[in-house]
Design a protein around this ligand. Structure first.
Ligand SMILES: [Zn+2]
Ligand SMILES: [Zn+2]
Length: 363
């Protein structure tokens, strides 16, 4: 139903005339005083009146939706729609619906308050960005978010034990209609969790599960080493004896994801010993801790086999996931500048005459 724009225009003109710069305000006042004293003032006032009358048209909801959607880009901030939201009750509904289409939850308190004070948010939210811990306080509320399409959960601060329980609970309470799922700061990427994702979200086109952001080089060598010992960053050979066994397990668990196009597995395919050896041979000098990507010894010993393993695993996954276009792994040996900074390597897949080809740049 069309909403009259007159209310919005009236409120907007009063609230938007607040000049932040005092010089600008003085200039505005002197111009308006001159205008009132001038012989043309009555004509000008009449002109302004007719102009505002001509703006009192009815805009369809679809157009207002587009305007609000546009004003929330590129920064999704409430400040962008604050003026619009106080214009009228109908405008407030439109503004809130669009603002809460992306719902960000970092604390349990916000999760509880927002969902109890504004129950409509469960049907408005399309994108949910949240701390996994915050959502746990009310899982039945999560089940009510039936319109979600994109979900990003951070497991920051969770131990391997607490994360297992937490991840399974959250995965089983999210709607099966998701097409994009991202789980970051995970302490352990295990096959059970991947199988659970594979069977629960058949429409996924993009999946990210990553743990290697937990490596912490911000302090000293001891902290770097300790951070590496608190999560499973390299599943070979302790969890899987070889790249082939790991790839086979991944293929079995992710097979139900028939629409998957982009897969990001944020663990290393280099052997687990790489980091422990690096900690032993890296010089402890004044420049602070650094990773194997800056170490010639590690490059010579591990780069060729790791890079080969990354390509082989991508081919295996592409054989089962027929729509797959890119695979990303965490890697110390990415050669592209952008990927190397993030310790990630991206592999692009091409399919031609039944053959699968892979390389580290787009086809
Ligand atoms: Zn330290
Ligand atoms: Zn090294």
């Amino acid at each position: 139903m069309p909403v009259p724009t007159s209310t919005f225009i009236a409120r907007r003109s009063s609230s938007f005339n607040a000049f932040k710069n005092p010089k600008e305000h003085r200039r505005y006042r002197s111009v308006s005083t001159c205008l009132r004293r001038s012989p043309e003032f009555h004509w000008t006032r009449f002109d302004v009146h007719t102009t505002s009358l001509s703006l009192q048209t009815n805009l369809p909801i679809e157009l207002l939706d587009l305007i609000i959607e546009f004003s929330l880009q590129p920064v999704h901030s409430f400040a962008s729609v604050a003026g619009f939201s106080v214009a009228s009750r109908s405008f407030r509904q439109i503004a809130l619906r669009h603002y809460f289409s992306m719902f960000h939850v970092c604390k349990a308190e916000r999760w509880r308050k927002a969902t109890s004070m504004m129950p409509q948010v469960t049907s408005w939210a399309r994108v949910l960005e949240a701390s996994a811990e915050a959502l746990l306080c009310s899982l039945h509320t999560l089940r009510e978010f039936r319109s979600l399409q994109i979900v990003h959960l951070s497991f920051f601060g969770q131990s391997i034990v607490s994360q297992h329980k937490c991840a399974n609970l959250l995965i089983s309470n999210l709607p099966s209609t998701l097409y994009k799922l991202s789980l970051t700061d995970v302490a352990d990427i295990n096959i059970l969790m991947l199988s659970c994702i594979g069977s629960n979200f058949p429409l996924l086109t993009s999946l990210e599960i990553s743990c290697t952001e937990r490596l912490d080089e911000s302090c000293c060598w001891s902290c770097f080493e300790e951070s590496a010992s608190c999560f499973w960053h390299s599943p070979i050979p302790d969890m899987f004896p070889s790249t082939t066994t790991l790839t086979n397990a991944l293929m079995r668990s992710l097979k139900p994801l028939k629409k998957l196009q982009h897969l990001h597995l944020g663990f290393f395919l280099s052997p687990d010993e790489l980091l422990s050896k690096h900690f032993r041979h890296a010089p402890e000098d004044e420049i602070g801790p650094f990773g194997p990507e800056f170490c010639d010894v590690c490059h010579d010993m591990y780069s060729p086999t790791t890079r080969l393993a990354e390509l082989q695993a991508s081919v295996g996954l592409a054989q089962v996931l027929k729509k797959l276009k890119t695979v990303r792994f965490s890697s110390f040996f990415a050669k592209q500048d952008s990927d190397a900074c993030e310790r990630k390597t991206t592999i692009w897949i091409s399919r031609c005459d039944g053959r699968i080809k892979v390389r580290r740049r787009p086809w």
